[in-house]
Design a protein around this ligand. Structure first.
Ligand code: SF4
Ligand code: SF4
Length: 276
């Protein structure tokens, strides 16, 4: 079973939920798809022993073959190519690897060149994985695609998505059996939760909401979920103790039987919902 944990808004406690769930499900695999700043390792403390480079193909121009026609620059939707005074100029960091320029270049003056954009790291047992984008690289998708190739089929997999509702999130949750949408009871939390809900509905993935930093009055979130017929599958209170432990790299479930049980119950609910 593949469970993705996402949040419309950053800083809601998405990694707390994802890593806690991975901790209580034994065995399970935790896959950190927040490749711009993976931080699940801070809590799960794996020893990464494998590192697989992620490379993509970007065009390189053979000036002897190039006629300076400018077709490649015209077709590129990402401004990764320019033709200046009849000479092609490639900006590889802007390339989205769509391949269009190779197709339109009639003299075949463009050849693919490999460029490293990130790495996939894993521990010895392959139960904790993370993707890491190279500094300055803007395109996350190739790293997530490579990361997802290492997912196991024999144990539950928890995918820790990046926040938001961008193509990075779409790539992460694509093919998942269930999504946990983590939110907090604030106007911003509700606003971004609505966006996340419309995304998972559009993709047809079953989902439930986890309220983090829950307070006595969570009505903004609970009313929305009631009206939309959305299950709230866990509530984690606004707690100084949890925040202090978090700052030390500890999860709510670490050494706490009450929270271990809460997360086990949440997992059981998800299993019932998905029938897996
Ligand atoms: S592969 Fe696509 S994105 Fe990259 S330079 Fe060519 S046209 Fe632009
Ligand atoms: S499409 Fe090919 S031939 Fe035309 S400018 Fe680009 S690299 Fe040169």
């Amino acid at each position: 079973m593949k469970i993705a944990v996402l949040s419309g808004k950053g800083g809601t406690g998405k990694t707390t939920v994802a890593a806690s769930l991975a901790r209580v499900i034994n065995p399970s695999q935790y896959v950190d798809c927040d490749v711009e700043e993976p931080n699940g390792y801070v809590f799960l403390k794996p020893e990464f022993v494998n590192s697989v480079p992620v490379r993509v193909e970007v065009p390189a121009a053979d000036e002897l073959l190039c006629t300076g026609c400018g077709e490649c620059a015209r077709v590129c939707q990402f401004n990764a190519l320019a033709v200046i005074r009849g000479k092609p100029l490639v900006f590889p960091e802007l390339c989205h690897h769509c391949g269009a320029c190779f197709i339109v270049c009639r003299p075949k003056a463009l050849v693919p060149e490999l460029r490293k954009v990130g790495v996939v790291e894993s521990d010895k047992g392959g139960t904790v994985l993370q993707g890491k984008l190279e500094i300055g690289e803007p395109v996350t998708i190739p790293v997530i695609i490579e990361l997802k190739k290492h997912m196991r089929d024999d144990i539950p997999v928890i995918l820790d998505s990046s926040p938001g509702a961008s193509c990075t999130v779409v790539q992460t949750i694509d093919g998942c059996d269930y999504c946990i949408l983590v939110t907090e009871p604030t106007p911003f939390g509700l606003h971004d939760l609505k966006i996340a809900v419309s995304l998972v509905r559009k993709m047809g993935i079953p989902f439930g909401v986890a309220i983090n930093k829950a307070m006595d009055n969570n009505m903004s979130i609970t009313d929305f979920c009631d009206n939309e017929n959305i299950d709230i599958i866990i509530e984690i209170p606004y707690s100084r103790k949890i925040a202090e432990e978090y700052s030390k790299g500890n999860l709510p479930v670490d050494g706490n039987k009450v929270w271990q049980r809460e997360f086990e119950l949440m997992f059981r609910k998800i299993k019932e919902k998905t029938g897996k």
